[in-house]
Design a protein around this ligand. Structure first.
Ligand code: ZN
Ligand code: FE
Length: 259
């Protein structure tokens, strides 16, 4: 039985803490800061941090890795093609790893950074996805290193995962993403309903995650670039006829950068 909690860090990061309640072992995803994990371990005596999963090299995702590794001896897993502090296991697309007894498939998702990876646990009841800064709730990461076509391909692979897959991304950006989603698809009732729901949650100080692949397919404009309505507004923005979905994606991503 695995329990997953968010440890907030910085202004809007979440460090995901996976807990095997029976074995009293835990793993953390993208610890940009060691302190929240140290505090959790102090408050839970007898627990052991066994694994640190890293999605990409940005400081808000790796800043606490070296310290946690030296304090706990946890195994550090991360993408093979990026510089990850204290990495023990270098991962490539298609690799399989076991963490807390759960099997994860590694999916290479270039775009935000070139080596970015996501961790997918296929499970009939509760599939899990840890996707860092690639797929956000109602949005996607900025293109710091990759091309729009790369990010479009990466998001398409994630969108093809089963609808019930729980999506654990690394930032609380959902409300501002939904404001943009409303601008892209003003007529989409699912987007409007989610905007109102997340507005309420955030007013109550509640976290908006995890999301699910099914919900993202219905409300995330970056997964909906093949919809006629999204193509139409992209054409209006760019002043030209966009043909391929990756061109629509590029236009929408540029728009969001200035939104
Ligand atoms: Zn990042
Ligand atoms: Fe980040």
């Amino acid at each position: 039985m695995i329990q997953i909690d968010a440890l907030p860090a910085f202004s809007d990061n979440y460090l995901w803490l996976l807990q095997d309640v029976n074995r009293r072992e835990c793993a953390v995803v993208d610890p940009g800061d060691a302190a929240p994990v140290e505090q959790w371990l102090q408050a839970h005596p007898g627990w052991k941090l066994t694994d640190i999963l890293v999605t990409h090299h940005h400081a808000d995702h790796v800043g606490g890795v070296a310290r946690l590794k030296s304090e706990t001896g946890a195994r550090v897993l991360g993408p093979s093609s990026e510089k990850i502090p204290a990495r023990d296991v270098a991962l490539n697309d298609g690799d399989h790893v076991e963490v807390l007894g759960l099997g994860f498939e590694v999916i290479h998702v270039p775009g935000h950074t070139l080596g970015h990876i996501a961790y997918f646990h296929a499970d009939a009841n509760q599939p899990l996805l840890f996707c860092g800064d690639t797929l956000f709730a109602a949005g996607c990461g900025r293109l710091f290193e990759g091309t729009p076509a790369q990010m479009y391909d990466s998001l398409s692979r994630l969108a093809a995962l089963p609808d019930p897959t729980q999506v654990y991304c690394a930032h609380e950006y959902t409300l501002s993403n939904l404001r943009f989603a409303c601008a892209v698809e003003p007529e989409n009732p699912d987007v409007r309903a989610r905007f109102e729901e997340v507005t309420r949650w955030r007013e109550q100080g509640k976290i908006s995650l995890p999301s699910s692949i099914g919900l993202e397919r219905a409300t995330n404009p970056f997964l909906r670039v093949s919809e006629i309505s999204v193509k139409k507004i992209a054409d209006e923005r760019s002043g030209q006829e966009t043909r391929a979905p990756e061109e629509v994606f590029a236009t929408i991503r540029r728009w969001k950068d200035q939104f």
